[in-house]
Design a binder for this molecule. Structure first.
Ligand code: ZN
Ligand code: ZN
Ligand code: FE
Length: 793
């Protein structure tokens, strides 16, 4: 031994092996360990394996203890440590006097994780804009703390040769950074520069390249001319226009066949965001978080400079900040508008385009120009969407920045896949106490979406090394996801839609005991063959009992009624008053716009019980009320009428939610409730009657909309309180797509907490159908575990 200090203490050296699991690859974890080890004069090695990071460390015992504690305490910002296993090493002699980072191993199995894609960090942004920096204005700058991850990973372990960066050999300068443990690009897999890395290009609509000027300048010129741009981003293409230009926005809407659905807007910086929207400190923090999601924010009323057709009719606007260097470069150009519409680059109903070829082909009729690059996107990931409701952020769409982070649960699952539903599809893989909820796939109604679904399942199975032995599907036999489950040739369990919604919330919060679940939703297949959607369930993680539901109404025309809210208004009125009401002078004006012959056909349908299934859907009740308050007869997208009803209610003169809830809770709600066949019914007709009468009497429609929310919340809450006493359960979970309505969710929190109940809802998992695959995974996984243990007995 040459190192005299070490050699005199050699007898006291101990060796340990630490196995770190979680998001520890691609987040600067090995350099962090290296630096921590060097700082503490520890020798040994660190290595990425597909099972996580393995550290072998040699030092005195107290130094090792301090080192182990520091790993958790000082971990890099993007690391998520799920577990550290420690075992003593048999030999106390390191094979080298230095701490070393070893080449990644390809072996073994089990829990590892790939980090999500992260917005450009402030260090990289500073370099991007610094004329002295060698990456000045380089659109693909990144480091260990930021940049693409999940979208460029082919397989694990996460190392450059296993990513789409493998075709860009690093130049000597980049390689030196990559290999220098003290550099902030040490082992940053997507590291690149102008000399060696990906490049931008500009294509005209006819697919011919144009290099007459820098691509960014051509793009900004096109935006200023009111053109529609297709921009290749991190997880797919965006379609973009100047958000201040009404004509450009309507051109995009027309070409994309998206007449009214709100469009997301990317703004230059946080100050621009504050000029357009009312933003709380926590919302500002969320906009600037490493995930950089779209945050739904209330638009400022005072003469917003945004084109009014960006979010027509709906109160909130989806705002995000630039998250790739390319976005920053666009806004850095002096002439670039400070707000750009950035909507998914896809044909309506199809998944977003990810390759240059598919974009040029599919978006040819939509985009006037294409801002492209040559770093391949291997996994499609949309922008995530969040909204702050009742003290917390609720995730409406969980994709970029969040996927594929695992969610840890309380239970141990077999290798299982929850296949999801039909709308807003996702799937979820589970193994042991980890679950991996997929990115948002979209509505699973056509071949293109289904192909995306299949590709994503394959990719997730591959990178997380999960080969399901159990599949869980929705009760609905005709969902493509149900067919997929049945096609796998493994054990299949079914889970009822609203039970899956409930369990998603329970499992996210680690609730193992029975709860009462209030699930207000669009549609889900019920165990009795009718369509459910306004349910109070007694729910455990594996079973449920339907204790109550909204009164069933006929859904004339089946699925058609979901896109034609007037049908539900007609159904409700017919149910309450019979045919005569339609010749009454009190019929809300909007309903007169439905052609009489069509309305009569719908009435006959119901009279003859033809194609008019029964539904307890809360979404459909909102549709009926939206038509009765003259909002709309037809919906352009799922939840359209309900979103407008919420926006209308927020304009009510007396709209102090908390105050109105507390005073209404004093009322007797028994006229709204009845018990039939052992189940409670919340009488939807009573709400409809109330709305109809107030409308006839000339009340303010916004107040009618607001009061409808209050009455619904209070009636359901009072029934829930009664059930909580009967069943001795005071934990309530809120779920279902309708809970994305801020008034509803906050109102339920106020009401139920006021009644002494404990209330939970989704935070990391969407309460809409994007979350049901997670619920399914738990329900089916636990069923399988208990079935196997029963068989073992
Ligand atoms: Zn960075
Ligand atoms: Zn380089
Ligand atoms: Fe649902």
């Amino acid at each position: 031994m040459t190192n005299s200090k070490k050699s005199t203490k050699k007898s006291e050296l101990k060796g340990i092996e630490l196995h770190v699991k979680g998001i520890v690859q691609g987040v600067g974890f090995r350099p962090f360990i290296y630096n921590l080890a060097v700082k503490n004069t520890i020798t040994g090695t660190v290595c990425n394996t597909s099972a996580g990071v393995i550290i072998q460390a040699y030092a005195e015992e107290d130094v090792l203890n301090h080192f182990t504690a520091s790993i958790t305490a000082e971990a890099p910002p993007l690391a998520q440590i799920l577990e550290i296993q420690s075992k003593p090493l048999p030999t106390c002699t390191p094979f080298s006097q230095e701490f070393q980072i070893l080449v990644s191993e390809e072996n073994s199995s089990s829990a590892t994780a790939i980090p999500p894609d992260i917005a450009l960090c402030s260090d990289c942004l500073a370099e991007l804009l610094s004329p002295e920096d060698r990456r000045h204005l380089y659109p693909f700058i990144n480091c260990t703390n930021c940049g693409p991850r999940f979208t460029i990973v082919e397989t694990i372990p996460y190392d450059r040769p296993k990513t789409s960066m493998k075709v860009f050999p690093m130049c000597p300068a980049c390689l030196q950074e990559y290999e220098d443990p003290s550099n902030r690009r040490f082992h940053a897999q997507p590291n690149a520069c102008q000399v060696c890395g990906p490049q931008l290009s500009w294509y005209r609509r006819d697919g011919v390249t144009d290099s007459s000027k820098p691509s960014i300048i051509l793009a900004v010129e096109a935006l200023l001319s009111g053109h529609v741009l297709a921009i290749r981003g991190l997880g797919g293409f965006h379609l973009s226009v100047n958000a201040f230009n009404t004509e450009a926005v309507s051109l995009l809407r027309k070409r994309k066949n998206r007449p009214t659905k709100p469009l997301a807007v990317m703004v230059k910086d946080i100050d621009t965001a504050k000029r357009l929207c009312t933003i709380s400190p926590s919302e500002e923090e969320m906009l600037l978080s490493p995930e950089h999601p779209i945050v739904l924010l209330p638009q400022k009323n005072t003469d917003s400079p945004l084109a009014d057709n960006v979010s027509a009719g709906v109160g909130d606007i989806g705002i995000m900040l630039p998250y790739t260097p390319l976005h920053h470069l666009l806004f850095h150009h002096n002439d670039c508008p400070e707000a750009l519409v950035m909507t998914s680059g896809n044909i309506s109903g199809h998944p977003i385009c990810i390759s240059n070829e598919s974009a040029i082909e599919q978006l040819a009729d939509i985009a006037d120009g294409f801002l492209l690059h040559n770093r391949e996107i291997l996994t499609r990931v949309d922008d995530s969407v969040v909204k702050k409701i009742h003290h917390g952020f609720r995730i409406f769409r969980r994709s970029r920045g969040y996927c594929p982070s695992p969610l840890v649960i309380n239970h141990s699952l077999p290798e299982v896949i929850g296949c999801g539903g039909g709308l807003k599809s996702t799937f979820c893989l589970g193994r042991d106490n980890l679950t991996f909820l997929s990115q948002h796939i979209g509505d699973l109604f056509n071949l293109e979406s289904y192909t995306f679904y299949l590709e994503s399942v394959k990719h997730h199975k591959n990178v997380f090394e999960i080969e399901p032995e159990v599949a869980v599907r929705d009760l609905h036999p005709d969902y493509l996801s149900s067919h997929f489950a049945e096609s796998l040739g493994i054990t299949v369990y079914t889970a009822q839609h609203h039970h899956s919604h409930a369990v998603a919330v329970m499992a996210e919060h680690g609730i193992d005991h029975d709860v009462l679940a209030i699930v207000l939703d669009g549609t889900g297949y019920g165990t009795d063959g009718t369509i459910w959607g306004g349910e109070i369930l007694l729910s455990s993680l594996t079973t449920f009992k339907r204790l109550g539901h909204l009164e069933q109404l006929m859904l004339p025309g089946g699925d058609k009624a979901a896109i034609e809210p007037w049908r539900m208004a007609v159904s409700a009125l017919y149910h309450i008053y019979g045919r005569d009401v339609f010749s009454s002078s009190h019929l809300p004006p909007l309903l007169h716009h439905v052609e009489k012959s069509i309305r009569d056909a719908v009435l006959s349908m119901m009279e003859n019980d033809f194609n008019s299934p029964l539904t307890s859907s809360c979404g459909r009740l909102f549709d009926a009320v939206a038509s009765l308050t003259d909002l709309r007869l037809y919906s352009d997208y799922e939840g359209h009428a309900a979103m407008e009803l919420e926006a209308l209610a927020q304009k009510a003169p007396a709209s102090d939610l908390k105050k109105q809830i507390f005073s209404s809770l004093q009322k007797n709600y028994s006229p709204f409730l009845c018990k039939k066949g052992g189940k409670w019914e919340i009488i939807s007709s009573e709400f409809v009657k109330m709305v109809f009468n107030k409308k006839s009497a000339g009340f303010d429609v916004s107040q009618i909309a607001f009061d409808f929310h209050i009455e619904l919340i209070c009636a359901i809450s009072k029934l829930t309180k009664q059930l909580s006493e009967q069943y001795n359960i005071d934990t309530i979970v809120l779920s279902g797509g309708c809970m994305q309505n801020r008034l509803l969710m906050e109102g339920f929190f106020y009401a139920l907490e006021n009644l002494g109940l404990q209330v939970y809802t989704g935070r990391k998992i969407p309460v809409n159908d994007g979350g049901i695959s997670f619920g399914q995974t738990i329900i089916g996984g636990l069923h399988h575990v208990s079935r196997n243990s029963d068989e073992g007995n």
